[in-house]
Design a protein around this ligand. Structure first.
Ligand SMILES: [Zn+2]
Length: 252
């Protein structure tokens, strides 16, 4: 058991949200009970995750995609009212960390994804803009592109959408979890022969084909499963609380 304030302070000092210009508030978004025994983590604060946390008698939830995004209506109605009501009625806190969780050098989504795929991270995707997320990895040996597709499917539990580039093998891979398909041209500038993100848009296909770079849309949810789990494990180990990751299936 740990006080809510202690959990909050540890998350803030670890993830350092003040270093980011984000599209949502990072940190404690909804305040619940004073003491935390069980922390549930998940990718998105959807109703299914909240319902599962209630069933598990969780005291707090930590997610990558929380509430109160810029440009969304601030009114507490409809889907948002149902989610908030469930949290407040059950006295469950909600912590959300977006970009700070993508970028963390040890626990973040990108580093954790690279670990899962066995990619040694060799640098930033935007070396001149330290606040931008995304990384580059160089494999020791070139890898057949179909072997990389099989690896993604095995690790991420879903087959990536693959837009074929010029070469039968890949060695320098740019990657950024989530909806970072727009960074594909940066991967080209960085001399990558492949780029991986979570989602794909119509123009991504043309960039990949015309620039000759392999593109893998490996799943927004699938690529962002790992950072929040790493942070949950880290907090639980340090403060002696319980942690359960809940994976709400999402094909995108
Ligand atoms: Zn995301």
């Amino acid at each position: 058991m740990a006080p809510l304030t202690q959990v909050s302070e540890l998350l803030q000092s670890t993830l350092k949200p003040h270093l980011f210009n984000d599209y949502c508030p990072n940190g404690l978004q909804v305040q619940g009970k004073e003491e935390i025994k069980l922390l549930v983590t998940g990718v998105t604060a959807c109703q299914a995750l909240i319902d599962k946390a209630i069933a598990l008698k969780a005291d707090a939830i930590l997610v990558h995609h929380g509430f109160f995004w810029k440009n969304e209506s601030p009114c507490v109605v409809g889907m948002k009212q149902k989610r908030l009501k469930a949290l407040l009625l059950n006295d469950i806190s909600l912590f959300a960390y977006h970009l700070p969780l993508d970028a963390h050098h040890e626990l973040g989504n990108n580093v954790q994804l690279a670990k899962k795929l066995g990619l040694g991270m060799t640098g930033a995707l935007f070396p001149d803009s330290p606040k931008q997320v995304g990384n580059v990895a160089v494999l020791d040996e070139p890898m057949l592109v179909q072997d990389f597709v099989a690896l993604c499917e095995q690790v991420l539990l879903q087959k990536p959408i693959h837009i074929t580039g010029n070469q039968p093998t890949i060695q320098k891979i740019g990657f950024c979890t989530g909806a970072a398909q727009g960074f594909i041209e940066q991967a080209v500038l960085m001399g990558c022969d492949a780029y991986l993100s979570g989602e794909i848009s119509e123009p991504t296909v043309h960039v990949a084909r015309e620039m000759g770079i392999h593109y893998f849309a490996a799943g927004h949810h699938a690529t962002e499963r790992y950072g929040v789990q790493a942070v949950g494990d880290f907090v639980a180990a340090l403060l002696g609380i319980e942690h359960v990751f809940v994976d709400v299936e999402n094909p995108v």
